[in-house]
Every structure is written in structure tokens, then in C-alpha cells.
Design a binder for this molecule. Structure first.
Ligand code: ZLM
Ligand code: CA
Ligand code: ZN
Length: 393
């Protein structure tokens, strides 16, 4: 008996297609679509599906993909042959047209299908918000924030977030985009650089020479050309290694509250990249599920239509914990689900840490030295507050 019931007075939808997990970037590539299966298995084991509308996401159409992306790029994605795995020794640096075929963005079997499914889930989620059928829509298979109009980048080929936000803009005058992935949300920022209808806010590790993608300095707030309405509508929160829950929560809530007060968005799109958790294979932060998910809780409490996207996350059992817990927050059951992972969860053994009974919030993480001083965080809040003087009526 799970005891999970529908939330009263609002509606949550969950958009997922199990076919996404069938795709493989390559044996040792950090991106594992299989983490989505692990997430879904936890969500189902807790009975959370009883409190949501569950949709099997469809593939986005060519027309939908080209609502943002260049048609020659999408044509190429649709027709390019998968590269041999492992990489061909005769031709170690193949077809880098559109930045495709390198080690970050390999050409794998079924790539176009994988991209369309990710895009389809995010589009469906956005449309459910637009039609008022959902108040919160969840698309953990999306959140691929580095993809450019005509270029793949950083494990991302199709920018499903941009596709989703373009849908929201049909209904809402202003949309707020927030990105808690450990990487800078450069693709989404760039897509909306010249409009004042989308404000983008990314929190990320910033170390231009050593950490991807190297953009997202505090001072980068949108091109300040003379007639650019998008100036001041990009906010960047550059951080150092080891930031903890307490600091992150304070920064997030202080900044987002000020942004919402000034910008007055009609809807919020939140990218929940789970590589900002402690113990991530690529990330360097010290967030626990508690700190990461407090961002989702804060956004939910703002009471605006909310879309939750996935994103990065390279330690699958941690990703599944965070996104399942954040699903519980969406349906309002975070305080009454048992902390112990249900015994009948498929792959439950994967969640075991040091033979302890696995729980949903506990994650495995080497503590990293915290290189964020309060002085620096206060400076960030000050700079953001000054930028916001240029925003809103
Ligand atoms: N080399 N294999 C985050 C996107 C991060 C660019 C340095 C590749 C890796 C990484 C790929 C198996 C999101 C860079 C890295 C080695 C040029 C990045 C394949 C390990 C492997 O073992 C690996 C052969 C691979 C890639 C590590 N790549 C770590 N970091 C970044 C992209 C995406 O989380 O934000 C959203 C989904 N790329 O640093 C290099 C400069 C390629
Ligand atoms: Ca980010
Ligand atoms: Zn990332």
C-alpha cells in the first residue's frame, strides 16, 4: 500500500518514452540514457504514477524540430550514418560537420530517434501547460541545454528546452528559464539573447579554461548593443567547486525571488541537471538531494505554471534519486513517501551504498573542498540586483 493520491486542486503530468533508454552514446561515454529507466523505476515503485497523468512521449516532427533548428542541420541529423564503434583507426577524426562525430557528440545508431523523442517529451509537456491541462509538467528526458541552432554541443543535439519555451511564448508574455545543471546553459541563453520575453538564469561551475563550456561569467548579461531588448535578460551565477546546500539554497532563493518580482514571468521552465549533486562523475559541487530539490520546491511555491526538464547527471543512481524525489515534490508527497527505497524496485541493488538499506535522499559523494566564500556569493547577489534595475516596468 503506497498511499499516494492525486494532489488536490492542481494537476501534474509526466512525459516519458522508454525507447529513449535504448540508445547508447558509447560504452564509456558519461551520458547514459539508462538513468531515465532507473528514475522511472523509482517513481513507479513509490506509486507516484497514481498522482499524475502519465504520457508516453511521441517523437517530435521535422517541422517541430525546425521551429528552432536550421533545416540543413536537422536534415543532416536525420540522414547521417552512425560511425563505427569503436572509432575507426583509419579515420580517427571523422565528419565534424555541425560538430557531430567527435567524442562529446558521437554519431550513434538511432540518434535522430533519440533526439526526436527528447524533443517530443518537452514539447508535449509545454503544450500541457499551455492548454491548462497541467500545472506542473515533467520531462526528465529533456534539458539538453547546449544544443545550438545549427550545431551539436556537449552531449546535446536538439535543444528541447528552446522548443518548449517557444511553445510557452505563444501563451505567455514572459517566460523565466532557470538552469541548475553544473554546466552553463549556453544554448538556451543564446537562443533568447535578443528578446526581453525570456529571462535566463544559470547557476554553474565557472572556470573558463578548464570547465565546459567556459562561458557564463557574472558580467555576461546579454549583448548590450544599442537596440537589443534582450540586454540584461541573461543572468549568470558563476560558482567554484564544492558549493554546499546551505549556500546554494540561499543564492537560489534570493536571486530567483528578486528576478520574479522584477520580471513577473507567466511561466517557469526549470532545467534540473543532476550533475550539480555531490559525487557526480563530471560535476564538482557538493549538493545533496535536499539542496538540489529545494530549488524545485521553491519554484513550485511561486505558484506559476512550471515545466521541469532533466539535463546532465552522470552518476545514475544519484540522478534517479534526485529526479524521483523532485517528482514527489511536484505531486506534493515529498513528506509522506517512505525514505527507504521500496523493496520491489527493479534494480534496487543499484541504489545500495556500503550495504546500508538504500534510501531516496542518501547519495554517494566524496566531500570536495568548498571554494566558495560568503564574500563572493554576496558580490554575485549584488551584481544581479544591479542588473535587475534595467528589467521590468
Ligand atoms: N573531450 N568518452 C555536459 C557536456 C560536457 C570538451 C574535453 C572528450 C567530457 C567527457 C566522451 C568515451 C550537460 C569538453 C573532453 C574526452 C573535448 C565534457 C567520450 C569523458 C568522455 O570517456 C569519455 C571515449 C567523454 C566526454 C568525458 N566531455 C567531460 N566533459 C565536456 C562536455 C552536458 O550536462 O551540461 C547537459 C546534458 N566537453 O570539456 C573537451 C573540451 C572532448
Ligand atoms: Ca547551469
Ligand atoms: Zn551538465
Amino acid at each position: 500500500e503506497h498511499g499516494i493520491t492525486r494532489p488536490k486542486g492542481y494537476n501534474v503530468s509526466f512525459h516519458y518514452n522508454p525507447d529513449m533508454e535504448k540508445h547508447h552514446f558509447g560504452m564509456t561515454h558519461p551520458m547514459k540514457p539508462w538513468r531515465l529507466t532507473l528514475t522511472k523505476s523509482l517513481v513507479s515503485a513509490y506509486g507516484m504514477n497514481f498522482a499524475m497523468d502519465n504520457y508516453t512521449a511521441r517523437a517530435a516532427t521535422y517541422e517541430e524540430l525546425t521551429s528552432y533548428h536550421a533545416s540543413d542541420y536537422v536534415d543532416h541529423l536525420a540522414t547521417v550514418a552512425p560511425q563505427p564503434q569503436p572509432l575507426d583507426v583509419e579515420n580517427p577524426n571523422p565528419d565534424l560537420k555541425f560538430n557531430l562525430g567527435g567524442s562529446d557528440c558521437p554519431l550513434f545508431e538511432g540518434l535522430y530517434n533519440y533526439c526526436s523523442l527528447s524533443g517530443g517529451a518537452s514539447l508535449d509537456a509545454a503544450r500541457k501547460l499551455c492548454s491548462n491541462q497541467s500545472d506542473i509538467a515533467i520531462a526528465w528526458g529533456g534539458g539538453l541545454h547546449h544544443a545550438k541552432k545549427a550545431e551539436a554541443s556537449g552531449f546535446c543535439y536538439i535543444n528541447d528546452i528552446v522548443l518548449g519555451i517557444l511553445q510557452l511564448l505563444r501563451i505567455h508574455a514572459r517566460v523565466l528559464y532557470i538552469d541548475i545543471d553544473v554546466h552553463h546553459g549556453d544554448g538556451v541563453e543564446e537562443a533568447f539573447f535578443s528578446t526581453d520575453r525570456v529571462m535566463t538564469v544559470s547557476f554553474h561551475k565557472y572556470d573558463p579554461l578548464n570547465f565546459f563550456p567556459g562561458t557564463g561569467a557574472l558580467e555576461d548579461n546579454g549583448p548590450k548593443s544599442e537596440h537589443n531588448p534582450g540586454a540584461h535578460h541573461a543572468i549568470n551565477v558563476p560558482l567554484n567547486d564544492g558549493i554546499n546546500d546551505e549556500q546554494y539554497k540561499w543564492l537560489f532563493e534570493t536571486i530567483i525571488q528578486r528576478v520574479v518580482d522584477k520580471f513577473r514571468p507567466g511561466a517557469i521552465a526549470l532545467q534540473c541537471g543532476a550533475d550539480s549533486l555531490a559525487g557526480d562523475r563530471l560535476g564538482k559541487f557538493n549538493l545533496l538531494v535536499q539542496g538540489h530539490s529545494s530549488c524545485v520546491e521553491f519554484c513550485k511555491k511561486l505558484g506559476l505554471p512550471l515545466i521541469l526538464f532533466g539535463g546532465g547527471g552522470y552518476t545514475p543512481k544519484n540522478v534517479a534519486r534526485a529526479w524521483a524525489y523532485e517528482t514527489a515534490i511536484a505531486i506534493g508527497h515529498q513528506d509522506d513517501i517512505p525514505s527507504q527505497i521500496p523493496i520491489h524496485t527493479p534494480w534496487r541493488d543499484r541504489f545500495k551504498i556500503d550495504s546500508l538499506l538504500p534510501t531516496i535522499q542518501q547519495i554517494l559523494g566524496e566531500p570536495r573542498q568548498n571554494r566558495n566564500t560568503q564574500k563572493k556569493l554576496t558580490e554575485i547577489v549584488q551584481h544581479v540586483t544591479e542588473q535587475l534595475r534595467f528589467v521590468g516596468a
